[in-house]
Design a protein around this ligand. Sequence first.
Ligand SMILES: [Fe+2]
Ligand SMILES: [Fe+2]
Length: 338
Amino acid sequence: MNNDKLVSAKILVIDDDVNMMDVLSVVLRRYGHYVKTFTEPLSAIEELKKNKYDILLVNYLMTPVKGDKIVETVREFNKEIYIILMSIHKDLAPSIEVMQQLDIQAYYEKSNRFDNLIMLIQGGIKYIEQINKIKSMNLQLEHYLVDFAKILLQTVGAKDHYTEEHSRRVTLLADAFSKYLKLDKKQISDLQIAAAFHDIGKIGIPDNILLKTTRLTDDEYQIIKTHPVIAANIFSVSDIYKDIYPIMYYHHERYDGNGYPTGIKGKQIPLLARILSICDSFDAIVSKRTYKEGATIEFALSEIEKGAGTQFDPELAPKFISMVNNNIEYIEKIFSEY
Ligand SMILES: [Fe+2]
Ligand SMILES: [Fe+2]
């Protein structure tokens, strides 16, 4: 592929100087670009809302609405379009500060020669190509991360099948609860990752303790209790997961301060760890183990209610109960399918 070749762009032009615009259109079309012209801003803005354009070419000095005002409106709904502001003389152009503030990428001083404009458009196309490349790289990276997470979960599953299934259910419960609480997008995604891996530290627990089907001795229980620290250590090596490992680290803390590993209490425990703790306990009560039968959802909810203010956050516990009651079919499905 020849990188110097000018690739065609979809360009929208707004200029109240009809003659200039006609000449401009002819030139741009000659270079293979798709061009649509507007003499007034309102219909141009409507068109930009309806259809995707690569480049907006807008005249600065127009009446009654100046080019920078038009750009301001466009930027409210479109941050991606490459904008070239035109003016008849550079003394009449807006300041660099205004151009930067409005994210105007280029300035063109009108003349009868269009070489400069063609160059600016070519620069714009290259810029758009770079942005698209970065976007697809980010998507690919996200895809790798999800894949890596699946491998990690399978790794836990190879050692302890219960932890793998429990983690899947806790993730679904945490996702439903965080959406019910209307948390923001980042909190929802952080909690989801933390829920999926909250017990990954069990990978560091010896099999004879982790997989024991009879009652644990006190010493064995002390070893099991190190799993949040091991999980946090595993994730602390990664920069992109830096907001995740505190959620894992504190998922066995109790609201009254009698939890582990640190014994912090109340709102000192990060919000997402308090949320995870409820989902985690709820699943542990409902799910069946080799040494115990699974309890009913009603029973598990009564335990959550009982633990409000001691084990669980007293504000979150009733909200969790309403979330389950309002989505009972979905919650039952989580336990029958996973
Ligand atoms: Fe745990
Ligand atoms: Fe757990």
